[in-house]
Design a protein around this ligand. Structure first.
Ligand code: GDP
Ligand code: MN
Length: 390
């Protein structure tokens, strides 16, 4: 689960991490009031920042500095409602529905801090780099030595000496080391307490008067832990998510929309991945990842069909099932019923294997509907790719 920058900064504030003062605004009036307040509090510069679930906003024109109230309102009008295109939004961009109106910082240096779960070492890794403000993926690719890493022992957490080591590598002044250590420990505690999977401060800045602050913040949470964070769950902004994925999450379907034209309905995440692979291998392109789960019933199959069919790119459906807990005859009955009920018109290709597979095939054959059944995964993939092209 992703949240907005202003929400992430609210969390950091609770952990003693310095972030600029600011206010979220959903209208020009709110932005105006927030900017007025900041200017009258003595700020010389106010920053207007687009709030979308994607980075690279600065380059795309979604972050602007204002030196007067008029300028702040002008920038707010330009950014609020714009279709902001960044390297993370895709070419269609994302509509800006919220702004963060924030006190401007006099930046001296732009650094980078990041915390992620490193699956290879099964540890949380704390990263720091002097190459802040720019795309860290690029730095990692072209100059990996510019990113310093400390692997954290889960039993003891981030140790002060590790934070000090990173602070020195960032080239901070001796007087700043203590503050940096405190700030990093605040970040780490926030990361652990919220069951985050990723936290990025880019840029982590030093100011002209020697202070430290988190100027930007991105946090992703572990969806599987959200049941124990009711307060965080409320931060979810559904308007930032793909509508079909939101719909699928209501039915506990693991669905991710992709840009191909062959819809996949599969039980089990591993088989779903293999299905997408074999579609590509057969020369096609999957429209989605969809795991209907091990115990899918007719209702789940209907829900899944509904979601697949509301994607207008879909030209054919590939149902790839291994009947283990879910018997193939039960599944076939559900597929026939759902296809009839929803009056599915586009070609459906199935590959079935497992318990009661012969009964399942017979149910499909006797259904009066035009299913195609492949004997193997490859044969079914070839059939569905041909059907999507026809
Ligand atoms: P991102 O582009 O989506 O990562 O948005 P950021 O919040 O990181 O802002 C992008 C860039 O805008 C930063 O790297 C800074 O260079 C600049 N910026 C943001 N806030 C301020 C500020 O308060 N003062 C100044 N001078 N620059 C800022
Ligand atoms: Mn940033």
């Amino acid at each position: 689960m992703k949240i907005h920058e202003y929400q992430a900064k609210e969390i950091l504030r609770k952990y003693g991490v310095t972030v600029p003062t600011g206010e979220m605004a959903m209208t020009i009036e709110q932005a105006d009031t927030a900017a007025k307040q900041l200017f009258s509090a003595g700020n010389k510069v106010v920053v207007i920042k687009a709030q979308i679930h994607a980075g690279g906003r600065g380059k795309g024109g979604g972050v602007k500095l204002a030196r007067s109230l008029d300028e702040a309102v002008e920038h707010s009008k330009a950014i609020l409602g714009m279709q902001l295109i960044t390297h993370q939004t895709g070419p269609q961009g994302q509509k800006v529905q919220r702004l963060l109106v924030e006190s401007g910082s006099a930046i001296d240096r732009e650094l980078y801090l990041g915390i992620v779960l490193d699956r290879a070492s099964a540890k949380v890794v704390f990263m720091a780099s002097q190459a802040g403000g720019m795309e860290i993926e690029e730095v990692a690719h072209e100059n990996p030595d510019a990113i310093f890493k400390e692997y954290i022992e889960p039993a003891v957490g981030l140790q002060p000496y590790q934070a000090r080591k990173l602070a020195f590598k960032l080239g901070l002044e001796p007087a700043q080391i203590g503050d940096a250590v405190k700030l990093m420990q605040g970040l780490y505690n926030a990361f652990i307490d919220t069951d985050a999977t990723l936290m990025e401060i880019n840029p982590f800045i030093t100011t002209k008067d020697g202070k430290l602050a988190a100027l930007d913040c991105k946090i992703n949470f572990d969806d599987n832990a959200m049941f124990r964070h009711k307060d965080l769950k409320e931060l979810r902004d559904l308007s930032e998510e793909d509508p079909l994925e939101v719909e699928a999450s209501k039915f506990a379907l693991n669905y991710i929309k992709l840009d191909g034209n062959i819809a996949c309905m599969v039980n089990g995440a591993g088989l779903a991945m293999a299905t997408m692979d074999i579609i590509s291998y057969a020369g096609g392109s999957p429209a989605n990842f969809l795991d209907v789960g091990g115990g899918a019933n007719q209702e789940q199959i209907e829900n899944a069909f509904g979601i697949l069919l509301s994607d207008s790119n879909v030209k054919a459906i590939f149902i790839n099932i291994f009947g283990g807990i879910l018997r193939v005859d039960v599944l076939a009955t559900a597929v026939v019923a759902a296809a009839k009920k929803l009056n599915v018109q586009i070609p459906i290709v199935l590959r079935l294997e497992g318990t009661n597979v012969e009964e399942g095939r017979k149910i499909l054959a006797d259904s009066g509907l035009k299913f195609q059944v492949g004997a193997t995964m490859k044969e079914a993939a070839d059939l569905v790719v041909a059907a999507a092209k026809a």
